[in-house]
Design a protein around this ligand. Structure first.
Ligand SMILES: [Zn+2]
Length: 316
């Protein structure tokens, strides 16, 4: 650093300390000065940076809040409780196509079987993994298929390692991983051991359950978890900050959801002997029907049906 940069850096540190001391001692004045020629406020907050950016962000937030409320994704009273500041950075950290997928998924516009069945009558509105009827977006993280749950459990193991690496409070690590391993079948509050170590987390857990399983798996963690992490870093004098911890958690949760989507797509599109899984089962059903109507059909005409016998023998 040159001399100017050294002075600037030193001044920033002094100002930072002075600001913290002023907030601690509640000795500060409002930033709205009298006789100001122009004061721009957006959503009740004074704008000190670009008005264009502030207005765009406030408008976007309002539209998203209305959309989520109407679609019963997040109630408008809970919307401000989500750590959106981290979500902006997390989204920017992903590739463009992944961002597009997330936007479509959380807006319920991804091509689920419920939607595809509307324009393609050959597609049944059932989950290709568990055969549950009406496969909506929310089913992506609620599928009870053993394979899908095994994939999530593996991801939870990886998440646990990361949380431990970040020196997350062991109580929080245990709670989050236990919650995820119940695959949305239980509320977090019901998993709370009756121990005093969790008393400081109770409000965050209640808010977490209000936001719900689906939102959590879509990376929407509450601001209370972030505030608790900041306090934990301060008390235990840990390295790093609460923002990077929150973003790391959000990233991993979104990736877990995408893994479920990918697993389901692999089930639908993966080719087995030139057929998708659905085509494969349809073919087996047709062969079964033929056998039911005429058990000798596979043995008529020498070895013409040999390949089909092979197919059945290999795949059933
Ligand atoms: Zn399913």
């Amino acid at each position: 650093m040159n001399q100017d940069q050294i002075i600037n850096d030193r001044a920033d540190k002094i100002v930072g300390k002075a600001l913290i001391a002023a907030i601690d001692g509640n000795k500060f004045i409002t930033s709205v000065f009298p006789f100001g020629k122009v004061v721009i406020q957006v959503s009740g907050a004074r704008i000190s940076g670009s008005p264009k950016v502030a207005i765009t962000e406030a408008w976007g937030k309002g539209v998203a809040m209305e959309l989520f409320h109407q679609r019963k994704v997040v109630h408008k009273q809970l919307f401000p409780c989500i750590y959106w500041k981290g979500m902006t950075k997390v989204m920017r950290s992903f590739a463009v196509m992944f961002r597009t997928w997330i936007s479509k998924h959380v807006s319920h516009f991804n091509g689920t079987h419920r939607q595809i069945s509307c324009w393609d009558p050959t597609v049944k509105n059932v989950c290709p993994n568990c055969n549950c009827a009406d496969k909506s977006t929310s089913h992506i993280n609620r599928c009870s298929d053993a394979g899908r749950r095994a994939v999530r459990s593996e991801s939870v193991k990886e998440l646990k390692k990361w949380l431990e690496y970040k020196q997350t409070d062991p109580s929080v690590t245990h709670l989050i991983c236990t919650y995820l391993n119940h695959h949305g079948d239980k509320k977090m509050l019901s998993l709370l051991p009756n121990r005093s170590t969790y008393s400081k987390y109770k409000a965050a857990i209640l808010l977490h359950d209000d936001l719900g399983w689906t939102n959590f798996l879509e990376g929407c963690i509450s601001v209370m978890w972030v505030e608790l992490r900041r306090e934990d870093i301060r008390v235990r004098k840990l390295q790093g900050n609460e923002d990077s911890w929150a973003r790391g958690l959000m990233r991993r949760l979104l990736q877990m959801t995408h893994q479920q989507w990918s697993y389901q797509n692999a089930t639908v599109h993966l080719k087995i002997d030139g057929c998708t899984r659905i085509e494969h089962h349809r073919l087996l059903e047709e062969i079964d029907q033929c056998l039911d109507s005429d058990p000798g059909v596979l043995f008529v005409g020498g070895d013409v049906w040999g390949p089909i016998r092979d197919y059945c023998g290999r795949t059933q």
